[in-house]
Design a protein around this ligand. Structure first.
Ligand code: SF4
Ligand code: SF4
Length: 295
């Protein structure tokens, strides 16, 4: 694969407001998610535990699914949820607060949902190449190419965002599919206490999940073991507490951006210097790893 990512961030930003006809979603597998996050990055159990170890449990968010044909399901608050037996299945990804960004080759900054780790100024990933850099990001878009599915890079090209996918050969070392046969306990988990989820599904769909809502799923994911949908109760409880207590630069930035943002896709009413100063204040000066820029 050879990609031209400068000025793009198409796989890190919800750019549907810029080009609704061109945008799609290709990290969700065949089950429609109950939330409306765009291109949620599915994390492995070990990656989730790593974020938790770094005090970044407040950047994690669960995803639950509508049942596909032939799936088991449970009803929670009147909503059918894909399940293994009576336990709802879920994945965990990275939160996407609104940020002032100009992705997919545009030059006008707008409020768009963007990954907590995307530097809005350089459009580079703040954890690129580091221990926390998700496998789903480092290998993107190999899985889409493998499945002969449209990639985000091609969607950006179709939206007039420039040439992005320069070579589409799939690397030999591409890892297994995140929602494939080896996903149980690795990227797909089962929540063991469905009776506790009353109200959670409503909040998930309304984008109003509380820190405790998010933490209960992070706990269950970290309590899981690869190859199984069972959950270790002690590990789950300990991880849930750590996720609920997390107070990272990224979690605080998510709150600050959410309070300041205008409507989805609205132009950013800030002079460039003021916008960049705000990014420095809310992210860089608050502890975010820097990015080198494209020069
Ligand atoms: S972790 Fe980095 S590469 Fe992955 S979605 Fe977030 S900003 Fe983009
Ligand atoms: S959509 Fe493709 S070209 Fe754009 S940033 Fe992501 S990987 Fe790079």
């Amino acid at each position: 694969m050879e990609l031209r990512c400068e000025g793009c961030a198409g796989c890190c930003v919800d750019w549907r407001p810029l080009a609704p006809d061109a945008a799609g979603s290709d990290r969700t597998g065949r089950r429609p998610p109950l939330d409306d996050a765009y291109d949620l990055v599915p994390l492995t159990r070990d990656e989730i535990a790593g974020f938790l170890d770094d005090g970044l449990g407040d950047v994690l968010v669960p995803r639950l699914f509508e049942p596909a044909a032939g799936d088991g399901s449970v009803r929670i608050g009147g909503v059918a949820v894909a399940a293994a037996g009576d336990r709802p299945v879920f994945a965990v990804g990275l939160r996407k607060p609104p940020k002032p960004v100009a992705p997919i080759g545009t030059d006008e900054h707008r409020w768009l949902d963007a990954c907590a780790f995307l530097d809005p100024t350089t459009l580079q990933c703040r954890i690129h190449g580091g221990d926390r850099y998700p496998r789903a990001c480092s290998t993107y878009p190999a899985h889409s190419l493998e499945l002969d599915a449209e990639t985000e890079c091609e969607r950006v090209e179709a939206a007039g965002g420039g040439d992005r996918l320069l070579d589409d050969a799939v690397p030999d070392d591409t890892p297994p599919l995140p929602f494939g046969p080896y996903a149980a306990g690795s990227t797909v988990f089962a929540y063991p206490d469905p009776d506790d989820l009353d109200g959670v599904i409503d909040r998930l769909r309304a984008e109003r999940l509380t820190p405790d809502d998010r933490a209960r799923f992070v706990g269950a994911a970290v309590g899981s073991s690869p190859g199984s949908l069972s959950v270790d109760r002690d590990r789950m409880a300990e991880a849930r507490t750590r996720a609920r207590d997390a107070d990272s630069w990224a979690g605080r930035a998510i709150r600050a951006w959410s309070e300041r943002a205008a409507g989805d896709g609205d132009r950013v009413a800030l002079a460039p210097d003021d916008r960049e100063r705000l990014v420095r204040e809310l992210e860089d000066d608050a502890g975010a790893p820097g990015t080198p820029g494209w020069e």
